[in-house]
Design a protein around this ligand. Structure first.
Ligand SMILES: Nc1ncnc2c1ncn2[C@@H]1O[C@H](COP(=O)(O)OP(=O)(O)O)[C@@H](O)[C@H]1O
Ligand SMILES: [Mg+2]
Length: 259
């Protein structure tokens, strides 16, 4: 295995510079996540009275939820219950019609769109049902990209990516492109990518929904170990009863409310 291969192929920091330029230099990246008023004692996620409609369709009808630091919460419920809509609001990808979302002490409704992008990049990690890796880049490069977009020091990003690749058992696959990875491996790369900026929260939407049972169990155990080893706060939407049972708490959503 060739460590630092990505650096050798881009001696001028080409990939890093490309993404930093695309993100406008990431100048606000470190601002939005920190700031005054951020405390370590309160819950990591605090949402109160979330409502969201699409046209006449009321999808979230008053969701109140608190997730502690280092807690894994699973969200289950029938298709169409509003689980993905809620996760997207928790992840600041979508704004609620009313209600508040405070993540790691930051009231995200007060952030401008630019601040929100920087906050999302640095404080939220997403894992979806499909890995969404960029096909033309290696596993290692895919893991680095959110760090480059955030404008972080390139060597620091690459050191963190290498560490995650190792911790997630992907060392042998580091220089492979997504098409050369198994479903389980690709999903582990996606999880490493979600963690590269050390997010406050990891949000996963049916992360094992597309995997066979062996890979599903492996990914499920990985989530638990991220909590145990790193104190990672995690919210997982899942249909997988095993995964739901492994969580610290299970929330059942039905028709836009928490049962
Ligand atoms: N962008 C959107 N525009 C219109 N309707 C939407 C949109 N997103 C979700 N919905 C509708 O909101 C409801 C809840 O969807 P979703 O949050 O995806 O549920 P779940 O993830 O629990 O299956 C569904 O009826 C869905 O069709
Ligand atoms: Mg969904």
């Amino acid at each position: 295995m060739r460590r630092g291969d990505g650096v050798k192929r881009a001696p001028d920091g080409g990939l890093a510079r490309f993404f930093q330029a695309a993100a406008g230099g990431g100048a606000v990246a470190s601002e939005a996540g920190g700031g005054a008023g951020r405390g370590s004692h309160e819950a990591m996620i605090e949402v109160v009275g979330l409502r969201k409609s699409f046209g006449k369709l009321a999808v979230l009808k008053g969701i109140t939820l608190s997730v502690g630091r280092g807690e894994i919460v699973s969200v289950v419920g029938p298709s169409g219950a509003g689980k993905t809509t809620m996760l997207q609001i928790l992840g600041t990808l979508s704004r609620p019609d009313s209600g508040s979302v405070v993540i790691d002490g930051v009231d995200v409704s007060r952030l401008s769109d630019n601040e929100l992008s920087a906050f999302r990049n640095s404080r939220i990690g997403f894992v979806f049902q499909f890995h969404n890796l960029l096909p033309e880049f290696t596993a290692f490069e895919n893991v680095c990209i959110p760090g480059y977009i955030g404008g972080r020091d390139r060597r620091e990003v690459e050191a963190r990516a290498a560490e995650l690749i190792e911790q997630l058992g992907l060392s042998e696959r580091r220089d492979h492109k997504p098409a050369e990875l198994s479903g389980g491996e690709a999903q582990r790369v996606a999880i490493a990518r979600a963690l590269v900026n050390s997010p406050a929260v990891l949000l996963a939407d049916e992360p094992s929904g597309n995997l066979d049972s062996r890979n599903r169990d492996e990914i499920n155990r990985l989530f638990v170990s991220l909590r145990d080893r790193f104190g990672q706060t995690i919210v997982i939407v899942t249909h997988d009863e095993n995964l739901a049972a492994m969580a610290d708490r299970k929330i059942v959503m039905t028709d836009g409310v928490i049962a």
